[in-house]
Design a binder for this molecule. Structure first.
Ligand code: NAD
Length: 301
């Protein structure tokens, strides 16, 4: 079995790395947040002190970091992955970052004779814990074939989208759908409740027909409970819609709905909700019109 390095042990990275350990891989981990490293070490991983050290001990290095600057720093920076990784090894970035940064990092890796894949994911924390993530991959067929046994531990649906950067492009498209549909859900539910509807009845009607969506089916119940624990943070959703807008600019594709949704998440961040779950974007409209879309509101007696 290949030796794995895993960098970035947050909400997603921690369960993903834990599943690799459970599957029998020798895993060396690193995160700037030491308690997460210690948790993984208790589960059977080894600790590397820097991304360079992790890479020196690994055949395949995986990153799961917040965004583009973090990946650039961890891979290309001082004591970074590129300083420690050997020719013939494989680097897989599973974070959601800008496609052009992904291509830039990949070029530096390939110049050193290192294989590279961008492999962002969908399916959230529950998918990470269950090992059922959707994984969208950019890179060569040969590198993907090498990575497949490892990716199979973390995900169930692994799709090859094209060369490096194309996994990130697919993820950007995914995030347009997720981010805008949560905003659409906010408008539908806030309007319905303001006009007198029971939110749970309204949701049941909406998911029974063409209005059905992941947002309504799986995030509305948390809104009804007033539970805005992440999940997927508003800060990350905002970041991903920003990446979508940048990609739209690059390819001259107007993204009008994405731009509006981006501003709604910006408003949520301005209200101090950056670390709340992305369904918390509904609070912007709730506060504006003075209703709360919660269980029991407008109950028919
Ligand atoms: P997170 O903020 O929970 O975790 C990020 C981790 O990276 C943290 O543990 C942090 O300490 C670590 N980190 C930051 N800078 C570092 C550095 N320089 N060196 C080492 N470690 C560093 O984020 P997350 O929710 O795990 O998301 C990770 C990525 O996955 C993001 O790109 C996100 O957009 C994407 N994603 C998240 C979800 C989700 O549901 N949370 C779903 C799909 C994709």
């Amino acid at each position: 079995m290949e030796k794995i390095g895993f960098i970035g042990l947050g909400n997603m990275g921690k369960p993903m790395a834990t599943n690799l350990v459970k599957a029998g891989y020798q895993v060396t981990v690193y995160d700037i947040y030491q308690p997460s490293v210690e948790e993984l070490v208790e589960s059977g991983a080894a600790s590397g002190n820097t991304p360079k050290k992790v890479s020196e001990n690994s055949d395949v290095v995986i990153t799961m970091l917040p965004s583009s600057p973090h990946v650039e720093q961890v891979v290309l920076g001082q004591d970074g992955v590129l300083e420690g990784i050997r020719q013939g090894c494989l680097f897989i970035d599973m974070s959601s970052i800008a496609p052009d940064v992904s291509i830039k990092v990949a070029k530096r890796c390939r110049d050193k004779g290192v294989g590279v894949l961008d492999a962002p994911v969908t399916g959230g924390i529950m998918g990470a814990q269950a090992g059922t993530l959707g994984i969208m991959v950019g890179g060569s067929k040969a590198d993907l074939a090498r990575a497949t046994p490892i990716l199979n531990v973390m995900g169930k649906k692994i799709m090859h989208v094209g060369d490096v950067g194309m996994g990130q492009t697919a993820k950007v498209c995914n995030q347009i759908m997720v981010g805008t549909s949560l905003c659409a859900m906010s408008e539908a539910l806030v309007l319905g409740v303001k006009a007198g509807a029971d939110p749970e009845v309204l949701q049941q009607i909406l998911i029974s027909g063409a209005a059905r969506s992941w947002a309504l089916e799986f995030r509305a119940p948390a809104v009804f409970e007033g539970n805005f624990n992440p999940g997927f943070m508003i800060n990350l959703q905002h970041k991903d819609l920003g990446l979508a807008l940048d990609t739209g600019k690059e390819f001259h594709v107007p993204l009008a709905l994405t731009a509006l949704a981006y501003q709604q998440y910006e408003a949520a961040r301005a209200k101090g909700l950056g670390e709340a779950d992305h369904a918390g974007v509904i609070k912007v409209l709730e506060d504006l019109v003075g209703v709360e879309v919660r269980k029991g509101v407008n109950k028919i007696s």
